[in-house]
Design a protein around this ligand. Structure first.
Ligand code: FUB
Ligand code: ZN
Length: 640
């Protein structure tokens, strides 16, 4: 690692998003998504899967009160992933084992939203939840409602499956965000009490486990940065060092030997610093890699950073969908083997792309890397945006690149592929994850160190930082131009990422040096820089190592991937072909192109003959907008 390249994202309080494209979405988070999700967490959305999340905190607070009063509190089994009205007692914990995390993610999103735009009513809701959370904490600092309600003697006995450290991670992230937003310490104190318990429990000569679902690693580093308490960083590093050691902790804790797949699922097949390939559950993986990057940077661990670089390359070169989706298979919600990127069976969990943005930002804070910033952009403008409906009340968990509603209904291998966004999910990790990412978007565009400001993403924004303030006026997705008003406080370097999608077709209004995907400007006085990136529709090939896409292309314009929908192009999208010279026309965010529709064959088999085809004009819409007009076919890749 070269410390001179280190940089840091801009604190949210020092960024104001100003462009219409992103402001609209942040406004939706504030006015619709957060209120809607608050109702969902309270089980007050008609027809939506029940969350039970707030109810669990209420039950846990009641248990804590009874324990404090010396009452005898019943015990229930903590032996399943999901508890419902049928398989558990009325007063026992309900929902998935990690249900608490949905409340924490909501709070984190609320904290970012309060930073962007203070709203007393939102703060009152957040404060009420924080009071409830604090009331549910055991005097030891332990805070996970499953075990508090069901079995106080069982804590930390099933790290592999039962997500206590995962819920802690989300608590800590929410606590840091809320502290930064309001200066208030109640939630931060609760998170620190739990972190202290964790640091006292796990370590050399203590318990040797590590999280089944990663996130505590990155959260402990955040808590360390917020409080300066070194034990939190050490515990994060300990978790990374323990993972993958033999005998596997997850076997030891249950006295069994699992099959090899199980270790890959948990990224525990090897010590993280030796890992080469992104494997296993995709969300867990990118959360782990984010924590690895954090610890590598905080401790100057070159070996750990080298592993992060290998794992990032494994994703970027062999496991990334054109839409920025990751995790190709529903089997374990996991990465598949290299170049296995099916369109119709794709999993591409929304959370996984959110996590890819976490990992990317951390890597960019270690060193600028245009390929990583490109991938972050791909994930953000396509899969992440697709995860939420335009109404802010419906969500995708899975983000396929091809959908045939009949197949989702009748083919059990495709049950995970929903043709329309859902109101809520029993396992509702994705909606609040989207909310927290979009609300904190200001932290994802720019990083800075004492000499250089790096612009990785071109969000229209006002940025206050050292060594320069910036006012960015962005028409990035409309016409590819960005205007930057730079106010340096001293001589400094401005580094602007050149998006790969424009090739050599870019212009800057001031002299610069181009190196590895960034244009560098030396500035010492206020100046305005105009950047123009050629934003034209283009046909994109996928590597022919991806068997699925041979003979097909996708349409992109700038960072946006486009798709065909039945609503515009009729049924049987597989019979459509795009012309090799498509004569693209752009109308707003819609692209039309010349193509053909083949007549369907009359018989199942016949001797080869050229098929009849009729010229048609194809209509493409941005992928992130698909599925907003009811159930219909959709495809990203089209035959050529
Ligand atoms: O296990 C917690 C969350 O539920 C994961 O991050 C998601 O992939 C879903 O499995
Ligand atoms: Zn999710």
């Amino acid at each position: 690692m070269d410390n001179a390249l280190f940089s840091r994202h801009i604190a949210l309080a020092d960024v104001k998003i100003t462009d219409a494209f992103w402001q609209k979405r942040q406004h939706l988070i504030e006015t619709t998504v957060l209120p809607y999700q608050y109702e969902a967490l309270h089980d007050r959305v008609d027809g939506a899967d029940k969350s039970y999340a707030v109810e669990n905190f209420r039950k846990a607070a009641a248990v804590v009160k009874q324990l404090k009063n010396g009452a005898t509190v019943p015990v229930y089994p903590a032996d399943k992933w999901v508890y419902d009205e049928q398989n558990s007692a009325p007063e026992a914990f309900k929902g998935w084992v990690f249900q608490d995390s949905d409340v924490y993610k909501w709070l984190e999103a609320a904290a970012y939203t309060l930073t962007n735009h203070f709203d007393a009513a939102l703060k009152a809701k957040a404060d009420a939840l924080i009071d409830l959370i604090c009331a549910a904490q055991l005097p030891s600092g332990y805070l996970d409602t499953l075990y508090i309600i069901n079995n106080r003697d069982g804590i930390f006995t099933n790290l592999r499956d039962f997500h206590e450290l995962y819920c802690f991670g989300h608590l800590a992230e929410a606590a840091v965000a809320y502290h930064r937003a309001t200066g208030e310490t109640a939630l931060l104190d609760a998170a620190c009490r739990f972190a202290d318990l964790i640091a006292d429990t796990f370590g050399e000569n203590k318990k040797k486990g590590y999280p089944g679902h990663e996130i505590a690693e990155l959260a402990l580093v955040k808590l360390y940065e917020e409080t300066g308490k070194r034990a939190y960083l050490d515990t994060a590093a300990f978790f990374l060092d323990e993972r993958g050691k033999r005998p596997y902790y997850f076997d030891t804790e249950r006295n069994e030997t699992s099959d090899g797949e199980r270790y890959h699922y948990h990224q525990a097949h090897k010590p993280p610093r030796e890992q080469e390939e992104a494997v296993g559950h995709a969300v867990r993986a990118v959360y782990l890699y984010s924590g690895m990057a954090d610890v590598a940077k905080a401790t100057g661990d070159d070996g750990l950073y080298a592993a992060c670089q290998r794992l990032m390359r494994s994703i970027l070169d062999k496991k990334l969908y054109i839409t920025g989706g990751i995790g190709a298979t529903a089997d374990g919600e996991a990465f598949s083997f290299d170049y296995d990127l099916p369109n119709d069976l794709a999993y591409c969990e929304t959370c996984a792309s959110v996590g890819l943005l976490f990992f990317a930002r951390r890597m960019l804070e270690i060193a600028p890397d245009a390929a990583i910033a490109d991938a972050a952009e791909r994930a953000l403008y396509n899969t992440v945006l697709a995860g939420m409906a335009e109404d802010g009340r419906h969500f995708f968990y899975v983000n396929p690149l091809e959908v045939l509603p009949e197949a989702s209904e009748k083919d059990s291998r495709k049950r995970h592929v929903k043709p329309v966004r859902q109101k809520w999910f029993g396992c509702a990790c994705c909606p609040p994850n989207l909310a927290r990412l979009l609300a904190s978007l200001g932290e994802y565009g720019i990083t800075a160190n004492e000499n250089t400001v790096y612009v990785h993403q071109y969000f229209g924004s006002e940025v206050h930082t050292e060594p320069a303030d910036l006012r960015i006026t962005s028409a990035y997705t409309e016409n590819g131009t960005v205007h930057l008003a730079v106010r340096p406080q001293r001589e400094m370097t401005l580094a602007l990422r050149i998006p790969t999608w424009c090739g050599e077709n870019y212009r800057f209004s001031a002299p610069c040096t181009v190196k590895e995907g960034y244009a560098y400007f030396t500035l010492s006085t206020p100046c305005d820089i105009q950047a123009a990136f050629a934003l034209v529709p283009r046909l994109v090939n996928c590597s022919n190592r991806v068997r699925e896409n041979i003979g097909k292309v996708a349409v992109m314009r700038g960072p946006l991937v486009y798709c065909l929908e039945e609503a515009d192009n009729g049924k049987d999208l597989h019979l459509l072909r795009v012309s090799k010279e498509p004569q693209f026309a752009v109308n707003g965010d819609i692209i039309t192109a010349d193509g053909f529709r083949e007549a369907p064959d009359g018989t199942l088999y016949a001797d080869y003959a050229k098929r009849a085809k009729t010229p048609v004009r194809l209509t493409f819409i941005p992928y992130y907008r698909w599925g907003n007009r009811g159930e219909n076919e959709m495809t990203v890749y089209v035959r050529i």
